[in-house]
Design a protein around this ligand. Structure first.
Ligand code: SF4
Length: 167
């Protein structure tokens, strides 16, 4: 009749992608993990290097945000003192779900060089908030941070946000 065109059958238009809801959501989430900048000590210098042009963490969709309320991930980079521990927990609680924590460096992982005699240092940030990825080193190089980020992306890829929302 001449009234039918390719848009009557969207499968003919070539603009159809068939995928699962989780696959689509996770692809978008892992490609835009907004980061709350949270440098606490020397490891933060390596985190800054990872953000600069040579390592360019932004190519993974990681954009620094000034507020926990706009952030998907928090990179704990440095020494978590006992005074800072409660602040860290408060900031974590202000982040919207789903949220992720990367612990960067020995201090944040377990107290680092302050493990034995650092009376003022928390022996691992996981004593106050859950950690998704631990990045070893004192300090870890920017490449290690990028690898930790990719590990986190693998974790996000396997999650089921759709099932969580619907349950
Ligand atoms: S792990 Fe090492 S480099 Fe990182 S904050 Fe602790 S002392 Fe500094």
């Amino acid at each position: 009749m001449g009234l039918l065109n390719k848009y009557d059958n969207p499968f003919d238009s070539g603009n159809i992608v068939i995928t699962g809801v989780d696959t689509l959501l996770n692809w978008s989430r892992l490609s835009s993990l907004w980061m709350m900048g949270f440098g606490l000590a020397c490891c933060a210098i390596e985190m800054m290097a990872a953000s600069a042009s040579h390592y360019d963490i932004g190519r993974f969709g990681v954009i620094p945000r000034p507020s926990p309320r706009q952030s998907d991930i928090m990179i704990i980079s440095g020494t978590v003192t006992l005074k800072m521990a409660s602040r860290t927990k408060m900031l974590y609680e202000q982040m919207p779900d789903p949220k992720y924590i990367l612990s960067m460096g020995s201090c944040s992982n377990c107290g680092g060089p302050y493990w034995e005699h650092g009376y003022h240092v928390l022996k691992g940030v996981d004593r106050v908030i859950p950690v998704d990825v631990y990045i070893p080193g004192c300090p870890p190089r920017p490449e290690a941070l990028l690898e930790g980020l990719m590990k986190l992306q693998e974790k996000v890829r396997k999650q089921s946000v759709a099932r969580t929302v619907l349950s």
